[in-house]
Design a binder for this molecule. Structure first.
Ligand code: GLY
Length: 334
């Protein structure tokens, strides 16, 4: 079993426990004084947890559509009906949709109640459940409402990955592919458990430096500018990791077009994405116009088109890229 400590400058500190059977460690993460645990999950997850205190299961609907303000409102009403207090705890059991929704409900219910995430997908284990980002989508775009609300602990039980549909697992690999370019660690040579632990460690290091995303944390969005646009236009039928994979290739091509990296480095991106069996081209029928419009609505687009791009000094945030270059580079992922 591996354990990564997230120790924030604010004094908040919590463990991420990674390994087979890690969910059995849930009782050790329950905050002292909590009498009840509201378990938030989805019917398709089918993973039960035992928090060691009185608990009740609250199911939310499946799919990205469930990541809405309506779901959060219904969940908080159900917590109130049950009598959940500020001293109690919410436990999110599931993938990114569950941890984002459970986290946002916990952040706002009674102005904040503790939350623990039991991440059951690869995507949630290496990204969504760690670092305190919570939120919901709006019809106008993904994750447009939310808050930072750090969990009291995170569990990444690798046994749960065995139950994942293949496409869901592959989606997580898209996010894992991103970590290959964040530090230059030879992740591809590691066993899956160590690779997941290292990805969590890399994320924790970045979050500790920049919890509220004033700078460096935005690097975690490598590949996400186009990725989010693809997801949004495709009505979330394209999985997050698949969209990010295409976004990584696009970002590498854009860096190359800006003469920030050589073509060997672009090929490295293609190699990693392809070795995970992920797509590297845009779905047919996604128009240039729709993609450009969606990219300008990205949360990071505060100064024209904003991308995280690779370069001689590693990943950096690059603002104000010419629209003509953005358009031209789309042809490299068609
Ligand atoms: N998913 C990116 C972040 O947590 O900052």
């Amino acid at each position: 079993m591996n354990e990564v400590k997230v120790a924030l400058p604010s004094g908040i500190e919590y463990p991420v426990i990674i390994g087979n059977g890690a969910k059995d460690r849930l009782p050790s993460l329950i905050p002292p004084g909590a009498h009840r645990a509201a378990i938030v999950t989805q019917s398709k997850i089918g993973i039960s947890v035992e928090p060691g205190i009185e608990h009740k299961v609250f199911e939310i609907a499946d799919g990205e559509e469930a990541k809405s303000l309506t779901t959060v409102g219904e969940l908080c009403s159900a917590f109130a009906t049950w009598g959940l207090t500020r001293a109690d705890v919410v436990v999110g059991v599931g993938g990114g949709v569950v941890t984002d929704v459970a986290g946002f409900a916990a952040a706002t219910y009674h102005r904040g109640v503790a939350v623990i995430h039991v991440a059951t997908t690869l995507l949630a284990q290496i990204d969504a459940a760690v670092g305190g980002k919570t939120g919901v989508n709006l019809p106008e775009g993904k994750n447009l409402m939310g808050s930072f609300w750090q969990p009291s602990g995170v569990i990444c039980d690798l046994d749960t990955l065995d139950t994942l549909p293949e496409r869901e697992l592959r989606s997580g690999l898209g996010e894992l592919a991103k970590y290959h370019f964040l530090t230059g660690d030879p992740l591809i040579q590691m066993e899956l458990e160590d690779r997941i632990s290292r990805a969590v460690e890399i994320k924790a290091e970045i979050v500790v430096e920049d919890e509220m995303e004033q700078g460096k944390r935005a690097l975690l969005n490598y590949g996400h500018t186009l990725g989010h646009a693809i997801e949004n236009i495709g009505n979330y039928e394209i999985k997050h990791g698949e969209a990010v994979a295409i976004g990584l290739i696009y970002a590498a091509e854009l860096s190359h077009a800006l003469e920030r990296i050589n073509y060997e480095r672009v090929s490295e991106h293609r190699h990693i994405v392809e070795s995970y069996g992920l797509p590297s081209v845009l779905p047919e029928k996604m128009s240039e116009e729709d993609l450009l419009f969606a990219m300008t609505r990205d949360k990071k687009a505060v100064d024209g088109f904003t991308f995280v791009l690779d370069g001689p000094n590693g990943l950096e945030i690059v603002k104000g890229i010419e629209e003509s270059l953005i358009k031209e580079t789309l042809n490299k992922v068609r």
